[in-house]
Design a protein around this ligand. Structure first.
Ligand code: PEP
Ligand code: MG
Length: 325
């Protein structure tokens, strides 16, 4: 069984009626990249770039970042790499950059909000990312976007970085795709406007769950409410996918929900194009995809959107899995 599992892991994930779903990995280091490839990842759907900024006293230089992005891109080559710009704040403070004490850190100065207040820091990261595109397949995405104004401001800084590189004769891919994380309810509500600004969406169900349910995922009294299987979260995902597809862009899910094999029928049934998961979950996720038809997945997705609670969704999914196919 172990060998069969390994064989599945190295093949593309295709439903039994031939719909291919990309299965990528979430990573946060160079070492993770190797593990992801061995586990069968078809690329990296989320590189959490925070690790570059941890355990030091000053931010990493453009050259340092370039070297690390190139090392990761080479490790996963020929597969693509999505680099997420710095997402500090919330549960990820970096003392030399972010010293603000906040009453509500998760509602505070984090992700793109922080980066837009330090445009030079963001520009250095974007220059390093752009330079990596000369030799490798790279996409960029911005975290915690809550408004159209923010993505436009971030794209402006990207345009400045591109102009500087052009002027200096440094080569990069002019067509690099730009995406955003969908992890704030405002982004779901205004997804049509955001879709007009970017090439793809990646749904971050960890933050989306805590914000949709208004429950701090680190507070044990309420953390169980921040459940990605909650119908309100699943409806937010459904709405996002529909709006993205209407606008002609693709959607991935990179939150923890995508790493649950029980959630695969829901996400595939809702039309998600790509799942980015923990490396260890890849064989199980690919197996779950191969055992589905689109019609089954769509029926399950439609049914769970009408249930009353996360508990009811989990119970329904358990019963579906036990049913003979
Ligand atoms: C998420 O919020 O779902 C996500 C993938 O981002 P992070 O867990 O890094 O906040
Ligand atoms: Mg997040």
């Amino acid at each position: 069984a172990q060998i069969a599992f390994k064989e599945v892991a190295q093949k593309p994930a295709i439903t039994s009626d031939k719909r291919e779903i990309k299965v990528m990995a979430n990573i946060g280091s160079i070492a993770d990249a190797k593990v992801a490839v061995n586990a069968g990842a078809e690329g990296v759907g989320l590189l959490r770039s925070e690790f570059l900024y941890f355990h030091r006293h000053t931010p990493p230089s453009e050259e340092e970042q370039l070297q690390i992005y190139e090392a990761i891109a080479s490790t996963i080559s020929p597969h693509p790499l999505i680099i997420r710009t710095l997402d500090i704040g919330g549960d990820k403070p970096i003392s030399y950059l972010h010293s603000a004490l906040e009453t509500n850190p998760f509602l505070g100065w984090r992700g793109i909000r922080f980066s837009l207040d330090y445009p030079d820091l963001l520009k250095i990261q974007l220059r390093a990312i752009l330079r990596t595109t000369h030799q490798h397949k790279i996409k960029v995405m911005f975290p915690m976007v809550a408004s159209i104004t923010e993505i436009r401001a971030a794209k402006k800084i990207l345009a400045t970085a591109q102009a500087e590189l052009r002027q200096a004769g440094i080569l990069f891919d002019e067509t690099m795709a730009v995406g955003i994380m969908i992890e704030v309810p405002a982004a779901v509500i205004c997804a049509d406007k955001l879709a007009a600004e970017v090439d793809f969406f990646s749904i971050g169900t960890n933050d989306l769950s805590q914000y949709v349910m208004a429950s701090d995922r680190t507070n044990p009294k309420v953390a169980n409410l921040a459940d990605a299987f909650a119908p309100a979260v699943l409806r937010s995902i459904a709405q996002t996918v529909q709006i993205a597809h209407n606008a002609g862009i693709w959607v991935g899910v990179c939150g923890e929900l995508a790493s649950h094999s029980n959630a695969v029928p829901i996400l595939v049934g809702l039309g998600v194009d790509e799942l980015s998961v923990n490396a260890a979950a890849i064989p199980a996720i690919k197996t779950a995809i191969s055992q589905l038809t689109m019609a089954q997945a769509e029926a399950i997705a439609t049914a769970v959107l009408q249930l009353d609670s996360a508990a009811a969704v989990r119970e329904y999914l358990e019963i579906q899995i036990m049913k003979p196919k």
